[in-house]
Design a protein around this ligand. Structure first.
Ligand code: GLC
Length: 779
């Protein structure tokens, strides 16, 4: 029960300290920091003081931002901070915020009758007005449609019980919590809001009260950042400057991944690999789920099932496969055994205790388990170092699962319930010491951080792949994300588009859903449609649950296998483009897979465009996501578009696309250049010996594109060993001129380049035997 609610009362004084203003109110204080033009931090210290800085989600301290000049105006009812792009008003009565564009359009404002509040039980909240025409996106990993008005969104990392209903449109909290949203209005532009609070929080977007946006957290501070766009790309760029960006993943991890719970013993793993190579379906990665371990003890191998893991990784490595192993945070409670992970963790007191001081226990795969306190630096280091066993074995990726953490009240053989670690269970150390209530949402993120940093210490020059189920804002700094246990139902294929789109807008580029659905049996038609879309996911992995029918690409006979081969081959052909998009995301946070509104938010038709997505700025996908459908409606925003398969320009903006089972309607945007590689069976089967540039002219006969390259597997790119080629295309008098300019010290292998120019006049093409990097041709 919320007890007495307190408001700030009246403003008594304020003072400026550099780019920050401290406002003193009768019942507390407020700090407003102007970090950049368009980036403001708002912090209420209701008890008259501010909490210690929490470094968990925000990548850099306020002092690392340049700060900007602003003007202070004292008005009768507010104090105004005026920058070149925004006005931010602080109400003298109650400390409410109004955020405007420089020309006076309100982006967001606190409800004048409510606004910032705190309660005796520690809850903090604020209520904002929803402006007419606002559309909401983001909120991290969410089921339901793209636009988020009308619902409540809880941030509390959760592993929903095994049913498709729990992931369906009605689902609320899932595995990731990202308390960030963006609001867009075509005429005023958009803004973003990041609630910098790791306690359980809730956003209520016009659900309980019409045209009101409620925002509350169970504890901590009312501390949030306002980000001005106006366009989505600018919002994501600032949001990821705040919470960090993804490091470049190894290039091979952008290939196709095959997984199942579980491939064992090792013969089975070899058999899966052999099938891919014999059937000529490209793939780079096989995942080992929990059954590789000895009795589900993390960091061990089952010696009977996997007698020589090092030999296995080497053999499969020769065939071009990398292996990824799963890890869960629950460590088997194993006193008196020789299980070193438990013994060492217990001896050094690394596991979480209950508020009464006893060791906290819960049940996961190994049954009775204990849980590392990742909020402590030394525990993260210990955990990171435990990965030595994998590094030495030649494992190239770590998959962190069950890290919400997902815990059961009883052994898995009995019917139990999910439980959380008690809210008051102490974690962390020093100034970061706090209860589980504040750590819960970042438990997985801290595990991922420890893993990432450990791998970097153990094998400093090699990029590893990381995958996580749980996370919080900023998870992109440590790991790729998959959306947990979906089902083999059409609704979950459809849902993948808005779910991945909103994750992308929330800073998480490297994401995918289980292709084919985790639970249940997939029909041949569903799996075929799923691989057509899934082959374009930033993270592309087929997976399935133990006890379900097999779901490898060849399971349903030749027709589906041919479809899988076709789309996975296209993924490999597109790898130069996809890798370039990933590199862009490491610098700007731009999502690799994006909703149409990311490119075209001023076109109001895109604001609810739920069933079309873009891969980068050049490709538009309009998948079929219903059974028995072989024609579908496609909307093309203004500009010239080409049918990707035929290369022909499209006629009009509203199309009825023919989409028989082997066809995903796919469109290339005029004005772009797609760099393509030859088909390969795995990403580095051989260097790209023929680079194809598919050029799509816009209405002015122009196009631009980029190609980023490096060695694909080391951190040399951080030292500048990269190569960026920029393509510029223009037309005059029926002739097309293409120029390539290369910069950077990395030297791609010698190759030929094939240039194919698409325009309404048809296809022009030519080929040069030597791609010299810098060249100019006319055709
Ligand atoms: C969880 C994961 C799933 C995995 C299974 C067994 O359900 O979400 O991907 O296969 O655990 O480890």
């Amino acid at each position: 029960m919320t007890q007495t609610l307190e408001m700030l009362g009246r403003l008594t004084s304020f003072k400026q300290e550099g780019s920050r203003i401290i406002f003193e109110f009768e019942n507390g204080r407020l700090a407003v920091a102007v970090l950049r033009d368009g980036l403001f931090r708002i912090r209420y210290g209701f008890q008259g003081k501010f909490m210690p800085r929490r470094s968990w989600a925000v990548a850099q301290d306020d002092s690392a931002f340049p700060g900007v000049n602003f003007q202070l105006n004292e008005q009768n009812d507010s104090i105004e901070l005026v920058t070149a792009r925004n006005i931010l008003k602080v109400g003298r009565a109650g400390g409410g915020i109004q955020f405007l564009t420089a020309d006076g359009k309100t982006l967001s404002q606190d409800d004048p009758e409510s606004g910032p509040l705190f309660a005796e039980d520690g809850k903090v909240s604020t209520l904002k007005l929803i402006e007419e025409g606002d559309h909401f996106y983001g909120f991290g990993e969410r089921s339901s449609l793209l636009e988020k008005t009308g619902r409540r969104y809880t941030c509390w990392n959760s592993d929903p019980v095994d049913s498709d209903l729990d992931h369906g449109p009605g689902a609320d909290a899932l595995y990731q919590s990202i308390p960030f949203f963006m609001a867009l209005r075509p005429e005023a532009g958009g803004y973003g809001l990041f609630f910098n609070n790791t306690f359980k929080s809730v956003f209520d977007v016009g659900h309980s009260r019409e045209q009101r946006l409620g925002m509350e957290a169970a504890g901590g501070e009312l501390d949030y950042y306002l980000i001005y766009g106006p366009e989505p790309a600018a919002i994501v760029e600032l949001y990821t400057e705040l919470t960090g960006r993804m490091p470049l993943p190894p290039r091979w991890s952008l290939g196709y991944h095959q997984c199942r719970w579980s491939y064992f013993p090792e013969d089975k793993v070899y058999e899966i690999a052999k099938n891919f190579r014999e059937r000529k379906i490209p793939a780079d990665v096989i995942h080992l789920d929990i059954d590789y371990m000895h009795g589900y003890r993390v960091f061990t191998w089952d010696a009977e099932r996997f007698p020589d893991p090092q030999k296995m990784t080497a053999d499969l490595g020769e065939q071009g496969f990398k292996l990824v192993t799963i890890i869960d945070p629950g460590v088997k409670y194993d006193p008196g055994s020789d299980y070193q992970v438990y013994n060492e963790g217990a001896e050094k007191d690394y596991f979480i205790h209950n508020p009464d001081g006893s060791l906290f226990h819960g049940y996961v795969w190994p049954d009775d388990s204990v849980f590392p306190d990742y909020a402590r630096q030394e525990v993260r280091e210990w955990w990171g170092d435990l990965h030595k066993v994998f590094v030495e074995t030649g494992i190239r990726g770590i998959w962190n699962d069950m890290n919400e953490p997902s815990i059961s009240t009883t052994p898995f053989s009995q019917v139990g319930h999910h439980m959380d670690i008690p809210d008051q269970a102490p974690q962390g150390s020093g100034a970061d010491r706090t209860g589980h209530a504040e750590i819960h949402n970042i438990y997985g993120l801290l595990e991922d951080m420890g893993t990432y940093q450990g791998l970097r210490r153990l094998d400093p020059e090699r990029r590893y792949f990381m995958l996580t189920r749980a996370g919080f804002a900023g998870i992109q700094r440590w790991s790729a994300v998959w959306t947990g246990d979906n089902s083999a139902v059409w609704e979950h294929l459809e849902m993948a588009m808005p779910e991945l789109s909103n994750l992308g807008l929330s800073g998480v580029s490297f994401a995918g859903t289980d292709i084919g659905g985790f639970f249940g049996a997939s029909s041949p038609e569903l799996w075929a449609r799923w691989i057509e879309l899934g082959a374009f996911y930033p993270f592309s992995r087929g997976h399935s649950c133990a006890g379900t029918p097999q779901k490898e690409p060849w399971t349903w006979g030749e027709d589906v296998e041919d479809i899988a081969r076709k789309y996975i081959e296209w993924r490999y052909r597109l790898l130069p483009y996809i890798y370039t998009l990933f590199e862009e995301s490491t610098r700007t946070g731009a999502p690799v897979l994006r909703p149409l509104l990311y490119e075209f938010y001023q076109d109001s038709r895109t604001l609810n465009m739920n069933d079309q997505v873009m891969l980068g700025n050049a490709l538009l996908l309009a998948p079929v996501y219903r059974p028995g459908v072989d024609y579908r409606y496609v909307y093309l925003p203004a500009g010239r578009w080409y049918d990707f398969w035929s290369g022909q320009p499209c006629d009009g903006q509203h199309l009825l696309a023919h989409a028989p089972l082997d066809t995903l309607p796919l469109y290339a945007r005029g004005g772009t250049v797609l760099p393509l590689a030859p088909v390969m069976q795995y990403s580095d089967e051989r260097p790209v010996d023929l680079l194809t540039l598919e050029i799509y002219l816009d209405e002015q006969g122009a196009a631009q594109g980029r190609l980023y390259e490096d060695d694909g597997e080391t951190f040399a790119y951080e030292r500048g060993e990269t190569c960026l080629t920029t393509y510029q295309v223009s037309s005059a008098g029926g002739q097309v001129r293409v120029t390539a300019r290369r910069e950077g010290s990395f030297q791609p292998a010698p190759r030929a380049v094939e240039i194919r120019v698409h325009s309404p006049a048809g296809l022009k093409q030519t080929r040069q035997e030597q791609d010299q990097g810098n060249w100019e041709i006319t055709l």
